[in-house]
Design a protein. Sequence first.
Length: 207
Amino acid sequence: MPRTRIKICGLTRPQDVRAAVELGADAIGFVFYPPSPRALSIDRAAELAALLPPFVTAVGLFVNPVREEIQAVLERVPLQLLQFHGDESEADCAGHGRPWIKAARMRPGVDLVEFSASHPHASGILVDAFVEGYGGGGKTFDWSLIPEGFGRPLVLSGGLDADNVAEAVRRLRPWAVDVSSGVESGKGIKDAARIAAFIDGVRQADG
Ligand SMILES: O=C(O)c1ccccc1N[C@@H]1O[C@H](COP(=O)(O)O)[C@@H](O)[C@H]1O
């Protein structure tokens, strides 16, 4: 079984990017959603992305963007993957010259198989709790909404932290986990000790 990939999202400070990389994160998420307290300017994102060594993926998170916004970011920030976290259709996500993952906002009644079928070209499906404001809410959801043998690379998120991530990985065996609030001391301020404990939890579950 491959090791679970780890994405740390919503970084805003160089020291947090360096810490996440040194502690073993596979991917770093930069938020381009202005209402988020973790949102970055293009200049700031370019500065932070430049700190990433090879084989650590720079992910750009968007919520219902207009296409020009994405292009403006891509002209300056070397993103390798796009994360669409709003109500985007398959057509909205395609055609940016980058692979993408699509977030499903999970709550009772959401059919993940149907959702997945409506995004056939996403490289993976991210599952997050349904929250007002689209994401980064630190809220878990009922993991039994994820069908067994889902069949697509699954990125598990939503309220993960050092206390629950090992159980989540053992139970669901996702391709990757994604965390923001659970490794913070304040909105957009990451805590190296919490990142270390989170990564340790994932690795313990990987066995
Ligand atoms: O991080 C944000 O501010 C954010 C804003 C809008 C949409 C998504 C956002 N982050 C993503 O939300 C999930 C869950 O985060 P949390 O760990 O529960 O705080 C995660 O995929 C983040 O990438």
